[in-house]
Design a binder for this molecule. Structure first.
Ligand code: G6P
Length: 610
């Protein structure tokens, strides 16, 4: 998804902007560009199709010296990926703009601006905004006022940063529906769509709120809210060390993040559990009152976070006895729903900026839910700021587009939440203690699974030349199978489908032959005997099986069945542990296939547009 960086300083900003763009690469993009205002008060611009490295080469050849600049990585929405469509966009040769988001009424504005004599050089919605601001600038002669007037005409989502050569000492930025953060320096200030971009230059951030417009100068940041009232936004310090965004000894961020799971799962438990119970107050001072009155839970999320929600449904209904519905945000937000009384609206999101999830939350706040709870990994994100109650996961920055540690920490947080809810709904203290003890064992069990990495790498060779695969699971392992299939398709580009194992004979069995590897997760629970029958169904059709099974489950390797024995785990915590071998499997298949593991084609880390 698009990324924005901007800087105003005493020093040349091109190095800061380039490094910022590199740190935004993980969001996914197809082109990159930069504009600065030079010492002669001219806008200098470079734009390149492809990676930030290409832009860096272009800038090495023709440096963009200047102390005020903006830069952008683009993920095409309107118009193909090309140099002409790359940002920054200009109106004339004095005004430059970068934009993240989508302007829905850009066609009408484009016609209007063409009639006013503006010439368009790209197919983007962003260029419309550039001309609209320039039109206002000609009328009012002040960049801040021009931006303020222009945005009243925009419908859609945007984070914007604008510079003008006639006002070379500041930039004007604003946000509506897309994230934007101000990085506070000493004698210099910065902006970005994600604080990670600015970690080399500051650890102090102000998060702009919806409708804010800000004037960013070297010595001063002034912010006004939507009504035009001057506002202060709190400065917060970035909590994780700047080096947490380096790959360290690992070949890819994804592998590093898989290996971080024992630590970050533990961090997500910390302060929230005693040896044998959940510390409900740790979920927030209002948590007890709220949980006492919840009669139904509606979970909303996208992608991997949706799979976490699907696992949680099994837990919530089993342990708390509270009905739970789960839906992807992009569907939920566009249909009519019946809201049960006392329903808790629960959003799960790694980034806290996913457009569909935020839109669903905003609707929900109007719709009469009891309260909105967020499970999120990014402090200060829109989701966190707009929810009534928040449980932060402690995964730290996740850079690999394919989500790994965010998922297992979401599951950890969701299980803790479930136990707190269950306590208000009659869960016996002994059962709570049994599960809390099982949660404490998870980091060690994940470590045990990581020790199987070499064997899983060996297994992965069988997938290299395959085009399709099937993932099976039963009960709470069905969403784990879905997550395993998502990982494989995201990074290895092998078609992977997940089915509840019991549905096998209602269709997918027709596809099974020696070219269709079938992956199954089989913890030792009540369903394992049924699962074994499903495995037989596959074997009888010549299908090759890859089974991740509890060592007590009685599933043995033989002709056509490769069994990877997983240490015994509690049935409730099994989804967390069984996710890890599937992550490793996908990772190794992708490495063997030579794909771009951390930035798979066509995907973005944070989907901040619809
Ligand atoms: C994108 C990412 C996924 C992520 C999904 C939801 O598709 O590539 O990894 O699961 O968005 O993101 P969120 O930040 O809301 O969890």
């Amino acid at each position: 998804m698009c990324g924005i960086v901007g800087a105003v300083s005493e020093r040349d900003v091109q190095g800061i902007l380039l490094e910022g763009l590199r740190r935004l690469e993980y969001r996914g993009y197809d082109s990159a560009g930069m504009a600065v205002i030079d010492g002669d008060h001219q806008v200098q611009r470079a734009r390149e199709l492809g990676k930030v490295a290409a832009l860096s080469d272009a800038i090495d050849a023709n440096p963009l010296d200047g102390q005020l600049g903006i830069a952008h990585t683009r993920w095409a929405t309107h118009g193909e990926p090309s140099q002409l469509n790359a940002h920054p966009h200009m109106s004339g040769d004095r005004l430059a703009i970068v934009h993240n988001g989508i302007i829905e009424n850009y066609q009408d504005l484009r016609e209007e601006l063409k009639a006013d004599g503006f010439t368009f050089t790209s197919q983007t919605d962003t260029e419309v905004v550039a001309h609209l601001i320039e039109k206002n600038y000609r009328a009012v002669g002040d960049l801040y006022d021009a931006v303020k007037a222009a945005i009243t005409r925009l419908r859609g989502a945007y984070a914007l940063a604008v510079i003008h050569a006639d006002e070379p000492d500041h930039m004007v930025v604003c946000r509506e529906g897309s994230p934007l953060v101000v990085g506070v320096g000493i004698g210099e200030n910065f902006i970005a769509s994600d604080q990670l971009a600015l970690l080399p230059v500051t650890d102090r951030f102000m998060f702009l709120e919806e409708g804010d417009i800000a004037d960013i100068r070297k010595e001063k940041v002034s912010i006004h809210d939507r009504e035009g009232t001057p506002v202060e936004r709190k400065i917060t310090r970035f909590e994780h060390g700047a080096d947490s965004v380096d790959k360290g000894e690992y070949r890819h961020f994804m592998l590093k993040e898989i290996y971080e799971q024992p630590r970050v799962v533990k961090a997500t438990m910390e302060g929230r559990l005693t040896d044998s119970s959940v510390l409900e107050q740790a979920l927030g001072t209002d948590a007890a009152d709220l949980l006492e009155n919840v009669r139904h839970v509606q979970i909303i999320a996208c992608g991997t976070s949706y799979h976490a929600g699907m696992v949680a449904r099994y837990w919530i209904e089993e342990l708390a006895g509270v009905p739970c519905s789960v839906e992807v945000a992009s569907e939920y937000r566009y249909r009519k729903h019946v809201i049960q009384p006392d329903t808790l609206f629960l959003c799960i999101s790694q980034s806290g900026e996913t457009a569909d999830t935020l839109a669903a939350l905003r609707q929900a706040k109007e719709a009469g839910f009891r309260a909105a709870l967020a499970i999120c990994n990014v402090p200060g994100s829109s989701l966190v700021r707009e929810s009534d109650l928040v449980i932060m996961t402690q995964a730290g920055p996740e850079i690999g587009v394919a989500s790994t540690k965010a998922f297992t920490t979401q599951l950890t947080a969701l299980l803790i939440f479930t136990l707190a809810l269950a306590r208000h709904n009659g869960l016996a203290p002994e059962k709570e203690a049994e599960i809390v003890k099982a949660i404490h064992l998870v980091p060690g069990q994940v470590n045990d699974v990581l020790a199987l990495d070499g064997e899983i790498e060996e297994l992965s060779k069988a997938f290299m030349d395959k085009n399709h695969s099937l993932f099976l699971g039963r009960g709470s392992q069905f969403p784990v199978a879905m997550e395993g299939a998502l990982k494989l398709k995201e990074i290895s580009y092998i078609h992977a489908e997940a089915y509840p194992a019991g549905e096998l004979k209602h269709g997918p069995l027709a596809l099974v032959d020696s070219e269709m590897p079938v992956v199954t997760v089989a913890p030792n629970n009540d369903l394992v005997e049924k699962l074994k029958s499903n495995l037989e169904e596959v074997r009888a059709r010549g299908g090759e099986l890859f089974v991740f099974a509890d060592k007590e489950a009685g599933v043995k390797s033989e002709e056509g069945i490769h069994v990877m024995q997983i240490p015994s785990v509690h049935e409730i915590t099994a989804p967390i542990v069984y996710t890890v071998p599937l992550q490793l499997l996908s990772y190794h298949v992708a490495v063997l296939k030579g794909t771009d593991v951390d930035q798979p084609r066509n995907l973005a880390k944070s989907v901040t547009v619809e």
